[in-house]
Every structure is written in structure tokens, then in C-alpha cells.
Design a protein around this ligand. Structure first.
Ligand code: C2E
Ligand code: MG
Ligand code: MG
Length: 416
């Protein structure tokens, strides 16, 4: 399968083809992970169309320099090449010079990480190592190429621990679900809550979701955590209901991959109906980084949820470069504005930030969606959001993620 934008291989196809090439060859390969610096800035400054053009240009340059090689685009601005080790550094220089000559006016730095795999090595590990090398020079602007070193493996060791211990973490409830309040802006009271997973590992201590979720997505195991989260949320909700205690509609985070890895709609709905939970009590959040190999799977999944009566929310709107396309291509009931919109926001000064927030809010309204702002940390931010007509807000100002019982001790409170 190829990537629609650049015509290069997708991650999965690359893995399959390269694994075979590695195994069949006599060694002497290099895996290169390329990542473009400043790409988000470039998009913000010149627009997404020029951003896409640059990605196509890079694909073209890589194709002309790395002949007889296997090339892929893994995600937004990450490219991976499997090639002959002997010419690897000269070719990387050529690619970088070529790109520089096309864009002398802007600084577009294409960082490269190199790993030399053996023929029996797993290609995914080889790619991870090339990526680690590439990430290690992110902050060092004088260096653009880096070869993998063993000490970079610590991160890989964490990944391995996560993968090896996932099943026991689920079985032994090492994964806990905390809940963060969501406030109805016009009443100032809690109207919903969001379920957020944490992994309390007996050996390593707390592993936050930003560390274990990307790994589980990468290794296509994320559905195990997401289904566990749904079951825990339903169980805790039922316990409160059965004890005559109040409870709130709860939103759960799904990975776009869940839709590929299992029949997530059926799995969730059968659990919800089995426990007699009204579908309106569970909201589905899907993050905007929906950089899909096959967008139809997700589109169908979202529509199935909506047809059954679930509300589907777009999470982290504005955090990636494809936000507007995602809104165009999928139907959501609510947009969660990423906390980036409010970072460094000063109500009295930030005119531009205000224009951006309010015009995106108008757009949400025109599209018939509710608007929720994430990452609200100050009273000023809250009052500003109220003044321009946001529906809901969430953030440390109202409360950090907490145990379910604690939610009901908060002052801002309006259970059903
Ligand atoms: P998210 O869904 O956008 O969740 C919001 C994240 O922002 C949470 O981090 C929350 O603790 C944090 N946050 C909330 N208010 C504030 C604030 O005012 N300031 C700041 N600085 N941060 C705030 P957390 O819990 O670490 O989760 C990170 C991400 O991990 C989540 O982002 C979500 O994408 C993912 N995630 C969490 N649990 C699950 C899960 O069960 N399944 C899946 N697939 N993803 C999950
Ligand atoms: Mg979320
Ligand atoms: Mg979010």
C-alpha cells in the first residue's frame, strides 16, 4: 500500500517488504529515519498546501538519490529508507543539500538517524533505533546526521517492558482509570467527566499515557488498553448506579487504530448494552492525528457509533497539521480545542490568539458542533471562553484527573 500524498510505501508495507529484503540479503544494509524540523512552523507560516508540496518534494528527492532502496513515509514528516550501508552518509548529504537548494529562503532541516541492522533483526526494532538516533539530535542544531548508539536503547527497554507486561498489567489492574471534570460553562458545574488511563507498574512506578500509548499504538496492541478502560468505566458507573449514587456521562479515549484492530463499535456496544448503560452515558473521543492509511475504516466506525446513539468527539483539535481536513472528512458532535490554543494566552494582550479561538469557534457553530476548550488553567481564560460562547471547558483550573469518588466531592457539582 502506498501513501496517498507522496506515493511512497506506508509503514506496514515498508515493514513487510524490508523484513523480507533483510532476511534474503547478505547484510550490508542501513535504515535511515528522516524527520523534518520546523515543519509545523512551516505549515503555520506558508499554509498546508505548501507543506504538502514540501513533503512531496522530499519524497521525490529521496527517490532520486536513494535508487535501489525501499522508501516510506511513516507519519506526517517522518520518512524511512532501507538502503545499502556503503553510500549512506554521502547520499544523506546529497538529500540535505538538494532540499536546501530548493528552499534557501526558509530553514528546513531534514534530520537523519542511521541504524545498521543485521539480516536476522526485526525491522521494527531497526526503525525504532534509527528513530532514536534521529530524535537524539532534535535539539542540537549543528548536527544533522546521527548513527545509533547502544545508550539510546534505554527508551527501547521501556518499550519492551511495556509490551512484555501489558497483559499482566491489564489482568492485575496495574492500569488505573482517573477522571477529569468537564464543566458546562453556562452553569459553571460539572456536566461530564473524561476517563484517562495511568499505568502503575510494580517495577518502574508510574508510566504516564504519553509513554505507553504511542508504544502500544506502534505495536498495534492499543485496543487492549482501550477496551480495558471502557470496561472499567462501565463497571464503576454501574457500581454507583446500583448503589443509588449519582454518576456522570463519561468520555473515553479511543485510538484510531482500534477501528482497524478489532470491531471496536461492536465490542463497546455489546458491553454497554449488557450492563444496561444508556448509550448517552458514554462519549467517544478520537484524537485529531487521524493520519490514516485507510480513512474509510474510521469514517464507517464513527458513523456506526453515531447511528447507535453515541456522541463522538474530536480530541486535540488544532494540535496537528491536518485538523481542518479531519473536520471536513469525518462527522463529530463536539470539538475539543487543544490546550495549545490557550498556552501563553493573556486575555488583555493576545489579540491574535483571540481571533484564532473565536473564528474556530464560529466554524464549529456553523458545522453544528459543540465546542469544548481543554487546558483551562486560569479564571481569566475561563471567563474569556464564557464571554465568547464556548459550551464546555476542562483543565487544571477545575481539577486534575482524580479517582472517581473524588469527583463527587468537588464543589463544582451537578450530577444527574
Ligand atoms: P487527552 O485526551 O487530550 O487528555 C488531556 C490530557 O491533558 C491529560 O493528560 C490531562 O491530564 C492533561 N490536562 C488536562 N487539563 C490540563 C491543564 O489544564 N494543563 C495541562 N498542562 N494539562 C492538562 P494525560 O492523562 O497524561 O493523557 C495524555 C493523553 O493520553 C490523552 O490526551 C489521551 O490522548 C491519551 N490517553 C489517556 N488515556 C487513554 C486511554 O485510555 N486510551 C487512549 N487511546 N488514549 C489515552
Ligand atoms: Mg481526550
Ligand atoms: Mg485532548
Amino acid at each position: 500500500m502506498t501513501d496517498a500524498l507522496t506515493g511512497l510505501l506506508t509503514r506496514n508495507s515498508f515493514h513487510k517488504q524490508s523484513q523480507k529484503i533483510l532476511q534474503d540479503g547478505k547484510g550490508g544494509f542501513a535504515v535511515i529515519w528522516f524527520n523534518l524540523d520546523n515543519f509545523k512552523m512551516f505549515n503555520n507560516r506558508f499554509g498546508f498546501e505548501r507543506g504538502d508540496e514540501v513533503l512531496r518534494e522530499i519524497a521525490m528527492i529521496l527517490g532520486s538519490v536513494f535508487t535501489k532502496s525501499t522508501l516510506a513515509r511513516f507519519s506526517d514528516d517522518s520518512f524511512v529508507v532501507l538502503t545499502d550501508w556503503a553510500t549512506v552518509e554521502i547520499n544523506i548529504d546529497m538529500v540535505q543539500e538538494y532540499l536546501y537548494s530548493l528552499h534557501e529562503d526558509v530553514t528546513l532541516r531534514l534530520r537523519a538517524g542511521i541504524y545498521f541492522p543485521s539480516s536476522y533483526e526485526d525491522i521494527r526494532t531497526a526503525c525504532d533505533r534509527a528513530k532514536l538516533a534521529c530524535d537524539s539530535i532534535r535539539k542540537n542544531h549543528n548536527v544533522s546526521v546521527c548513527i545509533f548508539k547502544e545508550k539510546m536503547s534505554r527508551e527501547l527497554a521501556l518499550q519492551q517492558h511495556i509490551l512484555d507486561h501489558l497483559d499482566s498489567a491489564v489482568k492485575n489492574d496495574y492500569i488505573k482509570i482517573l477522571y477529569q471534570p468537564i464543566i458546562n460553562i453556562s452553569t459553571g458545574k460539572i456536566c461530564e467527566i473524561e476517563a484517562l488511563a495511568r499505568w502503575f507498574d510494580p517495577e518502574l512506578g508510574l508510566i504516564p499515557p504519553n509513554e505507553f500509548i504511542p508504544t502500544l499504538e506502534q505495536y498495534r496492541e492499543i485496543q487492549k488498553v482501550d477496551l480495558y478502560a471502557v470496561k472499567t468505566v462501565c463497571r464503576e458507573m454501574c457500581e454507583r448506579r446500583d448503589n443509588g449514587l449519582p454518576y456522570f456521562p463519561t468520555s473515553i479515549n479511543l485510538s484510531r487504530l482500534d477501528f482497524e484492530l478489532c470491531d471496536i463499535t461492536r465490542e463497546i456496544d455489546s458491553y454497554v448494552t449488557l450492563n444496561n448503560i444508556p448509550r448517552s452515558m458514554l462519549n467517544i473521543e478520537i484524537t485529531e492525528s487521524v493520519n490514516d492509511e485507510d480513512p474509510r475504516v474510521l469514517r464507517i466506525g464513527i458513523e456506526k457509533f453515531r447511528a447507535l446513539g453515541y456522541k463522538v468527539w474530536m480530541d486535540d483539535f488544532g494540535s496537528g497539521y491536518s485538523s481542518l481536513n479531519v473536520l471536513k472528512d469525518y462527522n463529530f458532535d463536539t470539538i475539543k480545542f487543544d490546550m495549545k490554543f490557550l498556552r501563553g494566552f493573556d486575555v488583555n494582550k493576545s489579540d491574535k490568539a483571540k481571533y484564532i479561538i473565536s473564528s474556530n469557534l464560529s466554524m464549529a457553530r456553523l458545522m453544528g458542533m459543540e465546542a469544548l476548550a481543554e487546558g483551562v488553567e486560569t479564571l481569566e481564560q475561563f471567563e474569556y471562553l464564557r464571554s465568547i460562547g464556548f459550551d464546555k471547558a476542562q483543565g487544571y483550573f477545575f481539577g486534575k484527573p482524580m479517582e472517581l469518588d473524588e469527583i463527587f466531592t468537588q464543589e463544582i457539582l451537578s450530577p444527574i
